[in-house]
Ligand binder design. Structure first.
Ligand SMILES: [Zn+2]
Length: 258
């Protein structure tokens, strides 16, 4: 007969500790062997979950890219003021009150914006007295207006362009005016209505609001009386002339700086 080993509480604890230690050592050895030699297979569901999380984070934060990063991605920034938007209707035709300057400006400006975006520019659509005009920084600002609907005389037809000549970049504004005038005239076949650039065009309020380094111009796209047909029926063509004028200016500047 052999004697049963004495079962003390300390002996039991010692045996248990030995058992746990040996199991742990085996587990560590196995984990080491398989951890090193077995490639870690990440389940597809985990990969997908991570991709979804990244996408969700990007979707939630559309405003996080800086303006500079956006410009780098999408090209130069252009401001387009929809003349009278958010303020008043502008000129109204006495013989047909449905024809307003605001409606004409809006159709042409929105088409201009689409065409500029298609050319790769970042475009800000601005109201007449938009708060964003204050200190606006961009490659160019163009305000789109149309001329009076009152019959003045047979000469009251055509377009005109004026620019901000009293800020820090009068030469840039002059080039912007030159490009807009030349391309708009060429595209629309409208004539430049010289001699009727008004005080409002020369001292346009937005010139003083934008950053002094932002060249700005205002275009009067035509007279609402004698040019009414082309203003109402061909906004996309007129917008093309404006967009091409902006591109002419940007590309000339790019050539000059390179
Ligand atoms: Zn106007």
């Amino acid at each position: 007969m052999s004697e049963e080993p004495e079962q003390t509480i300390f002996g039991l604890l010692f045996e248990t500790a030995k058992y746990i230690a040996s199991v742990t050592i085996v587990a560590v050895i196995l984990a080491t062997i398989f951890g090193v030699f077995t490639p870690v297979a990440v389940p597809q569901s985990v990969v997908q979950a991570q991709a979804d999380a990244v996408k969700a984070a990007l979707d939630v934060a559309p405003a996080s890219p800086t303006e500079a990063a956006l410009e780098e991605l999408n090209g130069p920034r252009i401001g387009v003021v929809v003349g009278h938007l958010g303020s008043d209707s502008g000129a109204v035709c006495p013989d047909d009150e449905a024809v307003t300057e605001l409606a004409i400006n809006t159709a042409i400006a929105d088409s201009t914006i689409q065409q500029l975006q298609a050319m790769g520019y970042v475009v800000d659509r601005l109201e007449e007295f938009d708060t964003r005009l204050d200190g606006y920084v961009g490659e160019a600002l163009v305000s789109i207006h149309a001329d009076s609907c009152s019959f003045i005389n047979d000469e009251a037809t055509g377009f005109k362009v004026a620019g901000s000549l009293e800020n820090q970049v009068p030469d840039l504004s002059a080039r912007l005016v030159g490009c807009l005038s030349e391309r708009y005239g060429r595209r629309t076949q409208m004539k430049y209505h010289s001699g009727s650039v008004t005080y409002d065009m020369t001292y346009y309020h937005a010139y003083r609001e934008v950053a002094p380094t932002t060249p700005a111009a205002i275009i009067e796209v035509g007279f609402m009386f004698l040019d009414r047909e082309i203003l109402l029926t061909q906004p996309d063509l007129l917008a093309q002339g404006i967009a091409e004028g902006v591109r002419c200016y940007i590309e000339k500047e790019a050539i000059k700086q390179s």
